[in-house]
Write a protein that binds this ligand. Structure first.
Ligand code: ZN
Length: 436
């Protein structure tokens, strides 16, 4: 895939998926997953309403046919068909005629961002409501009688999520997840759904060293439900990326794991260092996305998030201004390349043992002594390859069967990709064996 093709695919997916009304359950999730599966196949799992998920229960399924507030002339003043953020997610069915004063407590605005429609949900408290811009609200006639229609269904059905498993050889497994429960909001988190799908497509085409499980789940209840149904699989996970908010115009950021120095944190930091990026590093916080579930005491999976305009941090977060003018395909591809590089670094992080631990090996007789005057090469992340003879010496020095290439990269400054490539040569030359 060329950059142009990837950019085209990202842009097409963003535009196709943005208008769909998604929530933690319902047909919008199914439709979105079907669109993504056409790019990178995965399974769709349905878990019935009422299924226990630890301390929670899979809720009734929510679907919307229509919803509006109209004036006495029948003009729709607040219209779900115009923007699905207008309806509070999980609004129960309602039909009636209300005065402004009766309607007012059901309306949500953002006075500080008067053009923006806020995003509000009420998953577990049965009610209904509408969101509108402060400007729209100010224009409402205080003496009007309003017709309200919330034509929704809230009934037993199922929670829908996407999952696939890509087997590798190392015996170690990593989890890559994102959430699919937000309606027309672009950075949070349509961008994460699209990025995960393109990452999946890339890894599906590769011969993998580690195994990877991909999940596209409704946030919180989807993570809880998957964990409750897959406790054994969850225990096999060595680390995770929780992908969210990856396509804003602002800075690249990184939320570290609860451990702070777990393998996954070190891989992420090395990836940034190799790319020459200095990024905002956010400490672990018990607030956030699905690391709240995956890192809980019963699982303690270390999770990282690489983002571009992190949730909570940008003014348009959870508003209608988080749209496709804000989150863009080129920004998403920039973040996607960092995820590609992080996965590459995970894949390269293997451990070798020297067959020649006593003293230095004689490279020349094995044809391993590097030719002089090679051109300067760059790794994919931009880090310059170092002198190959030095790389060989460090690899032979550290390869005691217990020191992974990540440690050697951190200690020596050689790009992990170069250490991987040189280690392959030393294996072929009979000097190293792969032990894990
Ligand atoms: Zn959100």
């Amino acid at each position: 895939m060329t950059d142009t093709n990837i950019l085209h695919d990202v842009d097409a997916l963003l535009r196709q998926l943005f208008p769909i009304c998604r929530s933690i359950t319902g047909n919008g999730v199914r439709q979105s997953l079907d669109i993504l599966r056409a790019t990178a196949p995965f399974d769709v799992v349905e878990v019935p309403s009422g299924t226990p998920s630890f301390d929670w229960t899979v809720p009734d399924e929510w679907n919307v046919r229509d919803a509006y507030v109209a004036d006495s002339h029948g003009r729709r003043l607040i219209d779900f068909q115009q923007n699905n953020l207008h309806l509070v997610s999980y609004s129960e069915p309602y039909e009636g005629t209300l005065t402004f004063d009766e309607l007012h407590p059901r309306l949500y605005t953002l006075p500080d961002l008067p053009d923006a429609i806020p995003y509000r949900t009420s998953y577990y408290n049965r009610t209904w409501g509408f969101c509108l811009s402060q400007n729209q609200f100010d224009a409402l006639d205080r003496n009007e009688l309003y017709t309200v229609k919330v034509d929704t269904t809230l009934a037993p059905g199922s929670l829908t999520y996407g999952e696939t498993f890509l087997p590798g050889k190392s015996g170690r497994e990593f989890l890559i997840t994102t959430y699919c429960c937000h309606p027309s909001l672009a950075n949070d988190n349509l961008s994460g759904m699209v990025l995960l799908t393109l990452l999946l497509r890339e890894l599906q085409a590769r011969d993998l060293w580690h195994s990877y499980r991909f999940l596209i789940i409704p946030e919180t209840i989807g993570a809880l439900t998957w964990l409750a149904q897959n406790e054994e699989a969850a225990r096999r996970v060595s680390g995770a990326y929780v992908i969210t908010t990856v396509a804003g115009p602002g800075a690249i950021g990184f939320k570290r794991s609860f451990a702070g120095d777990h393998l996954i944190d070190r891989i992420t930091r090395l990836t940034f260092a190799e790319a020459g990026l200095s990024v905002t590093e956010y400490p672990f916080d018990a607030n956030g996305s699905d690391e709240r579930q995956f890192s809980s005491p019963g699982f303690r999976i270390a999770c990282n998030t690489i983002c571009k305009d992190k949730y909570y941090e940008y003014p348009y977060y959870h508003t209608s201004l988080d749209n496709l003018d804000f989150a863009k395909a080129d920004a998403l591809v920039e973040t996607l390349k960092l995820y590609f590089q992080a996965i590459d670094n995970l894949e390269f992080n293997r451990t070798y043992r020297s067959f020649n631990p006593k003293g230095e090996p004689m490279l020349g007789k094995r044809g391993l002594y590097p030719q002089l005057g090679g051109a300067i090469r760059q790794s994919a992340a931009g880090a310059a390859y170092g002198n190959e003879l030095d790389a060989i010496r460090w690899l032979m020095f550290y390869s005691d069967g217990q020191t992974p290439l990540l440690d050697i990269a951190e200690k020596t400054g050689f790009p992990l990709r170069q250490l991987h490539e040189v280690a392959q040569k030393l294996v072929a030359g009979g000097l190293l064996e792969l032990v894990g």
